[in-house]
Design a protein around this ligand. Sequence first.
Ligand SMILES: Cc1c2[nH]c(c1CCC(=O)O)Cc1[nH]c(c(CCC(=O)O)c1C)Cc1[nH]c(c(CCC(=O)O)c1C)Cc1[nH]c(c(CCC(=O)O)c1C)C2
Length: 355
Amino acid sequence: MNFPVLQNDLILRAARGQPTERAPVWVMRQAGRYLPEFRKMREKHGFFDICQTPELACEITLQPIRRFPLDAAIIFSDILVVPQALGMVVEMRPGEGPVFPEPLNMPDDLDKLCSKDSVEKLQYVFDALTLTRHKLEGKVPLLGFTGAPWTLMSYMIEGKGSKTQAKAKKWLYQHPEASQKLLQMITNLNVDYLVGQVKAGAQMLQVFESHGEFLTQELFDKFSLPYLTAIVEQVKGKLKADGIPEVPMTVFAKGAHFALEQLARTGYDVIGLDWTMNPESSRARVGNNVTLQGNLDPCALYAPKEELAEKVAKMALAFGSHRWIANLGHGIYPDVDPDHMEAFVEAVQKFSVKK
Ligand SMILES: Cc1c2[nH]c(c1CCC(=O)O)Cc1[nH]c(c(CCC(=O)O)c1C)Cc1[nH]c(c(CCC(=O)O)c1C)Cc1[nH]c(c(CCC(=O)O)c1C)C2
């Protein structure tokens, strides 16, 4: 596809354990809600209309890259496009967030899902990736992503955000086989979806297990870890079989602090840490063969800029300069002042320089 030559490969080097002059930095959910230029675009267009229109998705992906000296762009989309591709309706309601008008209630409802040709329904994401990779002009690598099977399953059953995920967890206890059938269906689509994203131009991939925090270790071992592992093994295996150079893969399992050692053995190149994790003890637990990503408290961006810079300096010291990708410990919040996002990025660049 003759993509422009990459000029900044810091994040790819950090992910592979190669030396970097300083830590690369990007921010989860960096495109979107907190930027006035995004909100202006949202006044005119529906959320999923933007996702489905490559020119608009590309424009929003580039907005934070124009403003801040970031080291990666993440394609503008949402994890919930995967349930849509399986035949579910998802609406984005103002003030409420994503809603499934007809969530899955009982195992029989799985028959309503349609896994045939589902990856083809995501062609618009592939088109957005290809366009964006060109429009980035090689400035920084382009990241693709998906939601992990458990996180997507929980949305498909709850039908919206939930404080407890009790309906979804009820399935794990009452309908373990149906749960595994659903998780496998999502895993299969995710593998094809991520391979398709790389073929379309994604240079690195992240799997978001945002609802890891609701699982016990026992539930995580049974209903999350095997599917996260299958995804990394199969995506890397398929790329290799197709003669396509492998790309680094990140897993962000929010709240799954108990699973750090296991996650480090799955084959992911990068483990994302949420803001509750201690960088030094996390490093001691995972060893030196994986890269860590994170993990400043997203609310630290509310602090005065000087204090924010101090927190970043402290974080840089705790992670050290090798195998670290600087980020927040979860997505940036919608009411953060963009000037403080800039202060965060600049502080990482200043304090993570290798001595
Ligand atoms: C990576 C990504 C996501 N969503 C969006 C992006 C695009 C890139 C970016 O913003 O940088 C756009 C993205 N997605 C959404 C928005 C706001 C919608 C709007 O403009 O009205 C944007 C910009 C909508 C959305 N989509 C989702 C929610 C959370 C709902 C809840 O559980 O209460 C919400 C509010 C689901 C979702 N979506 C995503 C996750 C995983 C990351 C995380 O844990 O934050 C999750 C859980 C991932």
